[in-house]
Design a protein around this ligand. Structure first.
Ligand SMILES: Cc1cc2nc3c(=O)[nH]c(=O)nc-3n(C[C@H](O)[C@H](O)[C@H](O)COP(=O)(O)OP(=O)(O)OC[C@H]3O[C@@H](n4cnc5c(N)ncnc54)[C@H](O)[C@@H]3O)c2cc1C
Length: 350
C-alpha cells in the first residue's frame, strides 16, 4: 500500500501532524500501540503563564493563537466537546505574592493574560485567606476523549493500525520508506518517551518526567474554576476533580505510586477542607527535553525520516504549531526555527 506518510504514535503530536496532512490532502496511515500515555492521562490544561514565577510561557501568544482554532476544528470533525474554557485562579499565599502579581500585571508580555484584581475567597471548602489572581485565556482540553475519538475516526477510514512499530522492519531508500507491506514517501516518528527505543532518534536528549494525578469525588467542594496552588484542582463535572500533578525524574514507568498519592493528598489538604474520596489515579511520562524545547525535524542522514517530539509539560498548547512547523519544513521547504530544530543536537549512533 502506498501513502504519502506513515506516522508512528497516536498522541497529541501524532494527531496534530495527521491534521496537517488531512487538511493538505496527503494520504497517511498511523501505526501505534498504547505503550506511552502522556496524552491520555494529561490534565489537558492550556495556560499561557508560568504560575510559580509569574512569567509568560515560551511563545505563549503565538501558541494560543494557533492551538485554540485547531481544537475547535477537531470538535467539529469528531463531534465531541473537547475545549472546556475555564478560568484558572492562582491561590496567593501571602501579601508579598499579591504584590508580585500586581508587578507581573504591569509586564507588557503578561498584561493580556493576568487580571489585576485580587479575587476574595467565598468558598468555605477552600483555604485561601489571601484570595486569588485570575488568568485569562485558559481552559482544559479533554485529551483522553480527543485521543480515543481520533483513533476511532482513523479506524473507520482504515488509517490506523494498532501494533508496536518494529524499527528493524523499516527500510529507507532514496524514494521513500518501506515498512513491511507499506510504502510511503516519508515517516514521522511521534512516540513521546518511547523514542528511546527508536534507533534513528534515540540520540536526542529526551529525558522524560513522570507525572501522576488523582481524581477525587468531593460533593461539597462546588468549584467552578480551576484552582492553582502547589497543585491544580480541575473541575471535571459531577463533583469530580482532577488533582495534580507530580514531577519525578528517575522512575520511567507508567505505574501509579503510593508516594505520589500521598504527596498529592498532602498538597490537596492544604488547599481544601471538605470531605472527598479518591476514585482514580493515573501516571504517564512527559516527553521533556534537556533545553525545554521541542524536538522537530529531519534525521541527519535518513532524509525521509522525521521526528515530532519533546512537547514537554505543555503539549496541548505547543503541539499544533510544532506540527505545522514540521509540515511546512517538509512540504514547503520552510526553515525550522533553530530553537526547535533537532539539528541543534549532534547525532551520535552506536
Ligand atoms: C500527568 C501528566 C499531566 C500533564 N498535564 C498536561 C497539561 O495539563 N497540559 C499540557 O499541555 N500537557 C500536559 N502534559 C504533557 C502532555 O501530556 C505531553 O506534552 C503530550 O501529551 C505529549 O504527546 P506525544 O504525542 O508527544 O506523546 P505521547 O502522548 O506519549 O504519545 C506517544 C505515542 O506513541 C506510541 N508509541 C511509542 N512507541 C511506539 C512504538 N514502538 N510502536 C507504536 N507506537 C508507539 C505511544 O503508545 C503513544 O500512542 C501532562 C503529562 C502528564 C504525564
Amino acid at each position: 500500500m502506498n501513502y504519502d506518510y506513515i506516522i508512528v504514535g497516536s498522541g497529541l503530536a501524532s494527531i496534530m501532524f495527521a491534521e496537517q496532512l488531512r487538511l493538505h490532502n496527503k494520504s497517511f496511515v498511523v501505526i501505534s500501540n498504547r505503550s506511552q500515555q502522556a496524552s491520555v492521562v494529561a490534565s489537558g490544561l492550556y495556560n499561557p503563564v508560568v504560575l510559580k514565577r509569574f512569567t509568560a510561557t515560551w511563545n505563549a501568544a503565538a501558541h494560543l493563537e494557533s492551538a485554540i482554532p485547531k481544537y475547535v476544528q477537531l470538535e467539529q470533525l469528531l463531534g465531541h466537546k473537547l475545549d472546556h474554557v475555564l478560568p484558572i485562579h492562582r491561590v496567593f499565599n501571602s501579601v508579598k505574592e499579591q504584590n508580585n502579581w500586581f508587578l507581573a500585571c504591569d509586564n507588557p508580555v503578561l498584561t493580556n493574560f493576568l487580571n489585576p484584581e485580587i479575587i476574595p475567597n467565598t468558598n468555605s471548602a477552600v483555604k485561601a485567606p489571601f484570595g486569588f489572581g485570575a488568568v485569562n485565556f485558559t481552559g482544559r482540553i479533554d485529551t483522553q476523549l480527543l485521543i480515543e475519538s481520533y483513533r476511532e475516526f482513523l479506524l473507520k477510514r482504515n488509517q490506523y493500525i494498532e501494533e508496536t512499530f518494529e524499527y528493524i522492519d523499516v527500510k529507507d531508500n532514496r524514494e521513500g520508506v518501506e515498512y513491511r507491506t507499506l510504502k510511503a514517501r516519508k515517516i514521522v516518528f511521534t512516540e513521546g518517551f518511547g523514542v528511546h527505543k527508536n534507533p534513528y532518534f534515540k540520540y536526542l536528549p529526551l529525558e522524560g518526567t513522570k507525572g501522576e494525578l488523582i481524581t477525587i469525588h468531593a460533593p461539597t467542594l462546588k468549584l467552578v474554576v480551576i484552582l492553582k496552588s502547589s497543585i491544580f484542582v480541575i473541575p471535571m463535572g459531577e463533583d469530580r476533580y482532577l488533582v495534580g500533578s507530580t514531577y519525578e525524574w528517575t522512575d520511567k514507568t507508567n505505574e501509579p505510586t503510593q508516594k505520589s498519592k500521598i504527596e498529592l493528598i498532602e498538597k490537596l489538604e492544604r488547599l481544601i477542607g471538605c470531605d472527598y474520596e479518591i476514585v482514580d489515579q493515573r501516571a504517564g511520562i512527559r516527553p521533556t527535553v534537556v533545553d525545554r524545547r521541542p524536538l522537530v525535524g529531519q534525521h541527519p542522514s535518513h532524509k525521509n525520516m522525521h521526528v515530532l517530539n519533546g512537547l514537554g509539560t505543555r503539549g496541548v498548547l505547543v503541539a499544533p504549531s510544532m506540527a505545522k512547523a514540521l509540515y511546512d519544513s517538509i512540504e514547503k521547504g520552510a526553515s525550522l526555527p533553530a530553537e526547535i530544530d533537532i539539528s541543534r543536537f549532534v547525532a551520535v549512533f552506536s
